[in-house]
Design a protein around this ligand. Structure first.
Ligand SMILES: Nc1ncnc2c1ncn2[C@@H]1O[C@H](COP(=O)(O)OP(=O)(O)OP(=O)(O)O)[C@@H](O)[C@H]1O
Ligand SMILES: [Mg+2]
Length: 656
């Protein structure tokens, strides 16, 4: 983007990009191919104002290039004007429409001329547009929900492939180019950050809330009544969840394993989920401490996940300490070291390169020898420093020169180069070291202490600290795609178990909690007056999407399932859920389909907030074209999203 101050009074002669107003403080810039002129109103004398408006009229002819004119109200804005400010003003400028231009001008108010490219959608159209876009996103992930949910294959612009069932991963990987859709993706991201699991549920509920809100809008119920009703319902839902949740004994490993298994189902971990659940519960147990109040605190900092391709997931393992999946740099180095002083180094053991390009002319062999000697000396000194510190093992994040490797081997030091940054960071915790980034200032204090053992079969090092601080979950799978999806599933399960251990409240899954909540919210609706009551009921209906989709994804009849579930809950069976494998309604808590209460609370809350955010919008003003230029035969995306959703995922429409 270009920014310059233009000279005055040359309008007649100059090209549009140089067109000018008689004011000393215009600034023009371009964003893309648009030009922006910012005029500081306070600097334009009243007598000039008319001329200015005339000139603007003329500019309309040049509209293509003079896309935006911003009349900034305050002069001092100019002094802090930066390119990003221009961009911001440009975006802000979209909030004032073309149609009010002349009116505002007469009133002498700050005014903006919008470009012809910009678009505005209002009222009902804006709501329709937003709701369709949000629903399209929700519908895109729904088919992945539950143990029988399918996976999605996402191909990015570079051709790299991700195969996953994880809601947030799908949405992040999809190349979505729609502002409303992005708001819904934020729901998934919040859910991932706060709860680690339940991202598909959160997004699906948000979509369903909007779908039901659409029906209410059709009945002429004002959006603010719907928003209020949704808000009341979500608050009530949180209370009900707390009431329904079962408090568990957090040392009950059997139950913790079930929460892990529930969270992992359908995520490529199916066959080995019992083994993995066992490892996950054990891992969390090892990184849990009690605080002074006797509450469990899970510190995931002490838990590291490593992945290896080549073997099956059933051979995944939990190891004390950390691992470094690298070879020693020299054959003559020791392969293992017990009670070792360990240096974690973030500096290359190489000859220091100069910052500037230099050329050295050598005129006789002695000079060359001297030059080489100097380099050798530098390396020698670095290795000596390491040896003097007393290090037995060096894990170096950068490179190690061949000669330095040789010196290190002679000193009997085990060295590894190009270790992963994340590994070094984890090893800090394991062996109690600090990562050294400048060898010269390193002290013995920076070294850690522990045992380093070589596993020749897997070609990696196990590093165990004195008090075995930290554990590593080593996940294995046959191919990269398998391991990646395994890691996502395991990550969800780790979060779920960690939450269960610290929160202690769990719920019956398989749609049991949603149906129970829906029933209770319908009862609650009776106590809500006005039109909000309808919104609370719509909220209750929306929650039942979960069992319906679980059933649908399992090839069962969703209406029949819902009817059966409601009947069971009406009879007071609050843990009645769907067994997706048999198709029967059963006590899912007993069957081991258990979910943490916190994740469900979060899913309901963030879905409601996102729906309300979307419903509150009655006007969309876009700098560019809201619809895509693609042909009519192009699918707009699932759910009949209007223009804009076509930009989603570049041709992913066919997949969903
Ligand atoms: N064995 C089971 N039988 C019935 N329902 C199950 C079973 N296991 C899990 N579920 C249900 O599946 C749903 C979770 O599905 P899934 O893990 O695909 O989505 P999510 O947790 O909402 O999102 P994500 O895991 O993608 O972040 C929950 O409602 C859970 O109760
Ligand atoms: Mg899940």
């Amino acid at each position: 983007m270009r920014l310059r101050t233009v000279t005055l009074g040359q309008t007649a002669r100059c090209s549009p990009s140089e067109a000018v107003l008689s004011s000393p403080s215009e600034a023009t810039g371009t964003i893309g191919n648009r030009h922006i002129v910012i005029i500081y109103k306070s600097t334009v004398p009243a007598c000039e104002w008319e001329r200015l408006t005339d000139e603007l009229e003329r500019w309309k002819l040049w509209r293509r290039s003079f896309a935006t004119v911003v009349f900034a109200p305050e002069r001092d804005l100019v002094s802090v004007l930066r390119l990003d400010k221009i961009r911001k003003l440009y975006v802000e400028s979209q909030s004032i429409i073309r149609s009010t231009m002349s009116q505002r001008m007469q009133q002498g108010q700050p005014m903006i001329v919008m470009s012809e490219d910009s678009q505005r959608v209002k009222d009902k159209d804006a709501q329709d547009y937003n709701i369709s876009a949000a629903r399209a996103v929700a519908e895109a992930v729904q088919s992945t929900l539950g143990p029988k949910g399918m996976d999605k294959m996402l191909v990015d612009s570079m051709g790299s492939v991700t195969i996953t069932n994880d809601g947030v991963t799908i949405l992040k990987e999809m190349d979505i180019d729609n502002p409303t859709a992005e708001m819904i993706i934020e729901v998934a991201e919040t859910q991932e950050d706060e709860a680690g699991d339940g991202t598909t549920t959160a997004v699906a509920i948000a979509g369903e809330l909007l779908k039901n809100a659409e029906d209410l809008l059709e009945q002429d119920i004002h959006p603010t009544a719907i928003i209020k009703g949704f808000h009341l319902a979500s608050e009530q839902a949180r209370e009900e969840i707390d009431d329904i949740a079962t408090d568990i004994d957090t040392s009950d490993e059997e139950l913790l394993r079930k929460t892990a298994e529930t969270s992992m189902t359908g995520k490529g971990t199916e066959v080995n989920k019992e083994h993995l659940a066992q490892l996950i519960v054990e891992a969390i147990r090892q990184v849990t401490v009690e605080d002074e109040n006797g509450d469990n605190v899970v510190d995931l900092e002490f838990l590291n996940i490593e992945t290896q391709t080549g073997r099956s997931a059933g051979e995944s393992d939990l190891l004390e300490g950390g691992i470094v999946d690298k070879d020693p740099v020299h054959d003559n180095m020791p392969r293992s070291a017990d009670d070792a002083d360990i240096l974690l180094l973030d500096e290359a053991i190489e000859v220091e390169e100069t910052d500037v390009d230099t050329e050295v002319s050598v005129t006789d062999p002695d000079q060359l020898q001297k030059f080489l000697d100097r380099e050798e000396k530098q390396l020698r000194e670095k290795v000596d420093t390491i040896a003097d510190l007393g290090a037995d093992v060096v894990f170096c994040q950068k490179g190690i020169d061949d000669l330095a490797q040789h010196y290190l081997a002679k000193e009997g030091i085990l060295a590894v180069r190009r270790a992963k940054k994340s590994d070094l960071e984890f090893l800090q915790e394991v062996v109690g070291a600090s990562i050294v980034s400048d060898l010269e200032s390193a002290t013995e204090e920076d070294l850690g202490f522990g045992d380093v053992t070589r596993d020749e079969e897997d070609e990696l090092f196990y590093v165990e600290g004195e008090d075995a601080h930290g554990v590593t979950l080593l996940l294995r799978g046959s191919t990269d795609h398998v391991v990646d999806e395994l890691e996502r599933g395991v990550n969800d399960a780790l979060d779920v178990v960690a939450q269960t251990v610290s929160d202690g409240r769990v719920l019956a899954g398989g749609g049991a909690i949603e149906v129970e909540l829906a029933g209770r919210l319908r009862d609650y609706a009776d106590s809500v007056s006005g039109r909000e009551q309808l919104a609370v009921e719509a909220f209750a209906d929306s929650l039942e999407l979960v069992p319906r989709v679980l059933a649908g994804n399992a090839g069962l009849d969703s209406i029949d399932t819902l009817v059966d579930l409601r009947a069971a809950h009406d009879d007071g069976d609050i843990t009645a859920g769907l067994n997706v494998f048999s198709g029967d309604v059963e006590d899912t808590f007993e069957a081991g389909v258990v979910e943490p209460a916190h994740a469900k609370e979060q899913a309901v809350t963030s879905a409601a907030e996102a729906a309300n955010l979307v419903l509150k919008i009655d006007d969309i003003i876009s700098a560019g074209d809201l619809s895509t230029d693609k042909g009519d035969d192009e699918e707009g995306g699932p759910g009949g999203a209007p223009g804009g959703m076509g930009g989603m995922g570049g041709g992913m429409g066919g997949m969903m």
